[in-house]
Design a protein around this ligand. Structure first.
Ligand SMILES: Nc1ncnc2c1ncn2[C@@H]1O[C@H](COP(=O)(O)OP(=O)(O)OP(=O)(O)O)[C@@H](O)[C@H]1O
Ligand SMILES: [Mg+2]
Length: 506
C-alpha cells in the first residue's frame, strides 16, 4: 500500500462548539494508509476534540466523516472501534488488579466461555507480540507495570481489536527516552503493514522524528499542512503560535552564592508506605538552577509534597536560607520565602471555583501590603491583580473571571505569577511546563531564567530532558528516590543522563 491511495479517513467541514467556545471550525482532515500524521497546535487549539469526534466520543455540530471510503455516523466509541479506529488517551483505562491478558480480552468475550477465550486470546496475543516486538508478560498484573509497559498493553488491546487506525494523544508525555524510542519502533512497524497513526504531541523534535506529515491547528482551524521532510521544528513552532520563537534561552554566567535550600538525609514514604525518597542530600544555591531529571514516579512527587508541606517525611532536615523549615506544615512552607509551582495545578495549585484575583492573593492575604487593621485594602489588591495579568499576559476576561474558565497554559501563568510575586529566594518548580505548548513553555522558561538572574535559587523538577538541558546550571538524576548521578549543565551528555534515568550506572 502506498501513501497516495484513497484516504482511510476523510473528515470535512467539521465544526464543534462547547457553549461559547468553538473547539473546531470547518476542519478538514485526511489520513492515508501507511502514514503517521502528527497533529500539532497550541493548548486549546482543538486537537483532542477533533480526534474525540473521529473516535465517536463527541458528536460534531457540522461536517462529514468517511472511513475507508464509507460515510459514517459515529455515535459512540464502539462504532469507531468496529470500523478499525482506536484511540489511546494519555491517561490509560486499564484495570490495575487484573492481568495483561484479562485487560486485553475484556469486552471481547464470545459465547465459547471465558476459559476457551483466554486460551485462544493468549495465542493471538503472543502472535501480535512477536509481530510487533511488544514484549510483555501476559500474566503480569497491570499495577506492577511501568507506564511504558502499560502503554504497550493499550496498544496490544487496540491491535487485538483489529484497529488499523490508531490515534495517540500525547503518548510520550510520561515516557522515558528509551521507552519513547521503543514506542516509535512499534509505530513504524505498524505503518509498514499499512496501518495508520495520528500522533499528537507538543514535542517538536519527536514530531520531526516520527511523522510523515503534519497538520497544524490554531484556534480550532487548520492553518497549515506540511510534509515532515519539507519543514523544520522552527517553522512548526512559528506556525503553531503565529510568531517567531527564540532559538534558545539566553543565560549569562553567574557564580552560585549562598545555599537557599539544604536537604539533609531526607527519607519519605509514599502512599503505599514504601520508600519514595531514601537518604537524600541536596543543596541549591543563589543564582543557580538545579535541574532534577528523572522519569515520573521515582520520588519527584513525594519530594515536592514534602517541600510544600503537604507530606511529612519519616526522617530528615530541610533548611531554607539556613533556617530549619517546619515540616509537614503547608503554612510554614508558604511563609518560608519559597515560590511554589506544584505539578498538579488543578489539585493543589489553584482553587478553580475562585476568581483569578482570589487565587493571586490566596497565599499573600495576610501580608501587610493587603491588610490594615483586619480590613483588606481592596484597591491595592485590584491593582496587584491587574499588574500580574498584564505582566504575564494572562488571557482572561479579567481579575474577577472564574479560574476554571482559563485554558491550561493560562492556569499555569496564574500560578507562576503568584509564586514569583513575592520575589522568593528559593523557587521549587515541579514539572512547570508539562502539557504546555511551545509558546507558553518559552515564556515560563524565560521567567525562570530572569528569577535566577535576580538571584533566586531554583529547584527544577522535570521529566522533560529538553527542559532540563535548556535551563540547568547543574543536573542531578533522581532514580528510585536516590541521586543516581550529577553533572554540570553545560557539559552533561544526553546519553549519560538518559542512562541514569533508566537506573543504569555507567
Ligand atoms: N468538554 C468540554 N467542555 C467545554 N469546553 C471544552 C470541552 N472540551 C474541550 N473544550 C474547549 O475546547 C477547546 C479545544 O480543546 P481541546 O482539548 O481539543 O484542545 P487541545 O488542542 O487538545 O489542547 P491541549 O494541547 O491543551 O491538550 C478549548 O478551548 C477547551 O477549553
Ligand atoms: Mg489535548
Amino acid at each position: 500500500m502506498g501513501k497516495n491511495d484513497q484516504p482511510v479517513v476523510s473528515m470535512s467541514g467539521i465544526t464543534k462548539r462547547f457553549l461559547d467556545v468553538t473547539a473546531n471550525r470547518d476542519v478538514s482532515f485526511q489520513l492515508h494508509s501507511g502514514e503517521i500524521c502528527a497533529l500539532l497546535g497550541e493548548n486549546g487549539a482543538g486537537k483532542t476534540t477533533l480526534m474525540n469526534i473521529l473516535f465517536g466520543y463527541y458528536a460534531c455540530d457540522a461536517g462529514e466523516i468517511f472511513i475507508k471510503g464509507e460515510k459514517v455516523n459515529l455515535s459512540a466509541p464502539k462504532d469507531a472501534i468496529s470500523r478499525g479506529v482506536g484511540m489511546i488517551h494519555q491517561h490509560f483505562a486499564l484495570v490495575a488488579s487484573q492481568t495483561v491478558l484479562e485487560n486485553i480480552v475484556v469486552g471481547t468475550a464470545s459465547r465459547k466461555g471465558i476459559f476457551l477465550d483466554l486460551a485462544s486470546a493468549r495465542q493471538a496475543l503472543v502472535r501480535l507480540q512477536e509481530r510487533f516486538g511488544l514484549q510483555i508478560d501476559p500474566d503480569a498484573r497491570v499495577w506492577t507495570l511501568s507506564v511504558g509497559e502499560q502503554q504497550k498493553v493499550e496498544i496490544l488491546k487496540a491491535l487485538y481489536r483489529d484497529v488499523d487506525i490508531l490515534i495517540m494523544d500525547e503518548p510520550t508525555a510520561v515516557l522515558a527516552p528509551a521507552e519513547t524510542s521503543d514506542l516509535f519502533n512499534t509505530l513504524r512497524s505498524l505503518v509498514q503493514e499499512g496501518r495508520s497513526v495520528v500522533f499528537i504531541s507538543h514535542k517538536l523534535n519527536e514530531v520531526m522524528d516520527i511523522s510523515d506529515r503534519i497538520v497544524v491547528l490554531r484556534a480550532g482551524e487548520v492553518v497549515a499542512e506540511r510534509k515532515t521532510s519539507e519543514t523544520s521544528a522552527r517553522e512548526l513552532a512559528n506556525l503553531m503560535v503565529g510568531r517567531e520563537l527564540l532559538e534558545s534561552i539566553e543565560k549569562t554566567e553567574r557564580a552560585p552564592g549562598d545555599p537557599v535550600l539544604n536537604i539533609k538525609k531526607l527519607n519519605v514514604l509514599n502512599d503505599k508506605k514504601l520508600a519514595a525518597i531514601a537518604d537524600l542530600n541536596l543543596t541549591v544555591r543563589q543564582n543557580e538552577i538545579l535541574g532534577m531529571a528523572g522519569i515520573s514516579g521515582n520520588g519527584q512527587t513525594e519530594l515536592s509534597e514534602v517541600l510544600f508541606g503537604m507530606r511529612s517525611p519519616s526522617q530528615g532536615v530541610i533548611e531554607i536560607n539556613e533556617r530549619s523549615l517546619k515540616l509537614g506544615n503547608p503554612a510554614a512552607s508558604i511563609q518560608s520565602q519559597m515560590g511554589r509551582i506544584p505539578e498538579d495545578r488543578i489539585g493543589t495549585g489553584l482553587l478553580m471555583d475562585l476568581s483569578v484575583e482570589e487565587n493571586f492573593i490566596l497565599e499573600n492575604h495576610a501580608s501587610a501590603a493587603f491588610q490594615a487593621y483586619g480590613l483588606m485594602k481592596s484597591q491595592k489588591i485590584h491593582n496587584f491583580s491587574d499588574r500580574l495579568i498584564k505582566a504575564y499576559n494572562i488571557k482572561t476576561a479579567g481579575r474577577d473571571a472564574i479560574t476554571k474558565s482559563l485554558s491550561g497554559g493560562n492556569l499555569q501563568k496564574v500560578m507562576l505569577a503568584r509564586a514569583l510575586a513575592g520575589e522568593p529566594s528559593l523557587i521549587v518548580a515541579s514539572q512547570p511546563t508539562r502539557g504546555l505548548d511551545v509558546g507558553a513553555m518559552e515564556y515560563i522558561h524565560q521567567r525562570l531564567v530572569e528569577e535566577r538572574q535576580r538571584g533566586a535559587g531554583i529547584l527544577l523538577i522535570s521529566d522533560d530532558l529538553d527542559e532540563i538541558f535548556a535551563l540547568s546550571d547543574r543536573i542531578v538524576v533522581l532514580y528510585e528516590g536516590k541521586i543516581m548521578g550529577e553533572a554540570p549543565g553545560a557539559t552533561a551528555s544526553r546519553e549519560q543522563i538518559g542512562l541514569w534515568m533508566s537506573g543504569v550506572m555507567a
